[in-house]
Design a protein around this ligand. Sequence first.
Ligand code: 89Y
Length: 346
Amino acid sequence: MPTPLQFAVFGAGFWTPFQLAGWREVGGAKPVAIYNRNRQKAEAIARQFGIPAVYDDPERLLREVRPDFVDNITEVGGHKPLSLLCAKHRVACICQKPLAASYRDAAMIVGAFRAARTRFFVHENWRWQAPMQELRRLLLAGAVGTPLRGRLTMVSGFDVFANQPALRRLERFILTDLGTHVLDVARVLFGEARTLYCRTARTLAPRIKGENVATVLLTMGGAHTPVTVELGYARTPLEPSSREVFPQTLAFVEGSRGSIELAADYVVRVTTRTGTRVTRHAPPRYPWADPRYEVAHASIVPCCADLLGGLRGTGGGETTGEDNLKTLRLVFAAYDSAQKGRVVTL
Ligand code: 89Y
């Protein structure tokens, strides 16, 4: 067994305990210090996970501890300053999504790590969800031929603001918080985008600053496959059959030889001329995961395992900063399209 990498945690909010539990599940990395501007919150997490050192000054932590890497689990406002601090000290870093509130800032962060010749990754976990992995596998294997069109839907009335009140204050909400995930999955499934058109709305979700509904139409990959991404966190009255599935993303792909449906309860239906094959791809059940976030929390484990391989240089590490910039280009092109009312060519 290789020596575990020693890491420092930045942030002590809603996601931190799940992220730490995920690392514990993966093994091979040990938290040795935690920073949070509110020291008491950091101390509580340190007690829970046996982290020996607590700091309320991130630079002091980096100087004194010199961790192998930092897991930056702060809210979006902390991503740029804290990531740049890691680049300055040449400490490898994994940052939560969305990497930054603008494409420019995100590119600046990635550029700083490139200049410092230091590894930098984004913890983008949606593509690691068990049913998404199956969809990816099926498309790669050509199970339904060439994709002719695709639809990815995450429309929910779940109160995401209760656990993450900072989401209410985002000027740009659903495309940065959720669009980052779902547009990333779209890239993984269908290839890079050629064109993009987006409409946004703010509706039926009181007391938030940003948009909470977005529809993005993209053409993707060599085949220019049309892909629709539907996002919504709203208390929209939905018909009973479209029941609440948060945080599952549903999908439907029509191909030249059949179709694939990713339905509620992690059910995958593959229909070809020979009939329909139904399988279930539920995520592993972890005792530490919040059951209301089951598939999202479970995906932390394969995501961290992949990033650990990237940090060690032993393979994996799909979601580099550079890769995430490609996803963020779509997120911010979507705002541009919605504002100008026109198609963006990428
Ligand atoms: O912040 C979001 C995330 O990354 O997963 C779901 C979420 O908690 C609410 O959209």
